[in-house]
Unconditional design. Structure first.
Length: 351
């Protein structure tokens, strides 16, 4: 450690890697000392003076405390395992791994090595999601009944091997739902491969909580317009959250008093609709990636994880995405081998 700053390395300069590069250079808790990418063409000025390395082997010659892993998801296990063995604290882009077994192994290895490892489920730090969490805890919604989540828009320009819409998109909202209501299980799922054979690009996942609330998560790479939203139905109203605009609004005809139509004609119904109580909550708009990195610094400094995704939560997001895929396979297939040993506890376990 250099003074109050953590010396950090960044692995990967793809789309998310470049975002991490930008926010890391802005955070006073960190000093970026090395960037690893085999093909990126960036000047020392672009990297803020950090060294540009072409392979992870070159990191062995660098003095650093922690690293951000923003390499392709299929490489996360190998890269993270190596850095855990080197005793480096990690912020790993989501998903932690492309399979739950690998994710669980990394968590176990990090714990044994005394390595602090967090996973970049960045929507936890979206100010609108944080506000929704406050709204639920304060009881404005009454009892939450159902969460309806939509995350759609845009087929990946570079489709990497092993990727699919559940590992790319659904893990975000599975994790958000779990962060709001606790453990869930996959009740059902429907998946589609519409553009490339064998590559899931659309999915509907149905989740249930042992405490009562349910959730439906719709994701796709097909819709040309980006939509990122949550609608939460509660016993006192319905809350609408827009991830992109970072807004949080609560609607309910009975927030202040019960209103009953005395003359239920169309005009009166429109009037009641227009006069429905509406609360727009104040949201302090911030870039979630910057907030997440700041919390990672606090995690390293004093162990305060805040809303960081760590440990079993990181594994659960992958596991539930994996179960969603297997449930859809079981739905489509009459093959007993699919229905049997591959998914023995699929219907019973909340995670």
């Amino acid at each position: 450690m250099n003074g109050q700053k953590f010396r950090i390395a960044l692995l990967g300069l793809g789309r998310m890697g470049r975002n991490h590069l930008r926010v890391t250079r802005l955070d006073p808790q960190f000093e970026l000392v090395a960037v690893v990418d085999p093909v990126a063409n960036m000047s020392p000025a672009d990297l803020g003076g950090a060294q540009l390395l072409r392979s992870i082997d070159e990191l062995d010659k660098i003095d650093y405390d922690c690293a951000i892993i923003a390499t392709p998801s299929s490489t996360h296990f190998e890269v993270a395992e190596r850095l855990i063995r080197a005793g480096k604290h990690l912020l790993v882009e989501k998903p932690l791994c492309t399979d739950a077994v690998g994710a669980a192994k990394l968590v176990e290895q990090a714990n044994k090595a005394g390595v602090k490892m967090a996973v970049g489920h960045v929507e936890r730090f979206n100010p609108a999601v944080r506000k929704l969490r406050e709204v639920i805890r304060a009881g404005f919604l009454g009892t939450p009944i159902h969460f309806s989540v939509t995350r759609v828009g845009g087929y990946p320009e570079n489709l990497l091997p092993g990727n699919n819409v559940l590992l790319d998109l659904a893990v975000h909202d599975i994790d958000v739902v779990r962060s709001l209501i606790g453990p869930v299980k996959v009740e059902a799922s429907i998946c589609h491969s519409t553009v490339k054979e064998g590559v899931l690009d659309t999915a509907e996942v149905f989740l249930a909580s042992p405490t009562g609330p349910t959730a439906s998560v719709h994701v796709n790479w097909i819709t040309p317009t980006k939509i990122r939203s949550i609608r939460v139905t509660g016993t006192r109203g319905v809350c609408f959250v827009d991830y992109i605009l970072q807004t949080c609004e609560l609607l309910g005809g009975t927030l202040l008093q019960s209103i009953q139509p005395t003359n239920p004609d169309f005009g009166r119904l429109l009037e009641l609709y227009r006069n429905s109580d509406k609360i727009t909550f104040g949201v302090n708009k911030e870039e979630p990636l910057r907030v997440q990195l700041s919390q990672f610094g606090q995690f390293l400094t004093n162990g305060d994880r805040g809303e960081l995704c760590v440990g079993a939560d990181a594994v659960a997001a992958v596991l539930l995405a994996e179960r969603s895929i297997k449930l859809d396979q079981r739905r489509q297939s009459e093959d007993d081998s699919v229905k049997g040993s591959e998914v023995p506890s699929l219907d019973a376990v909340f995670v």
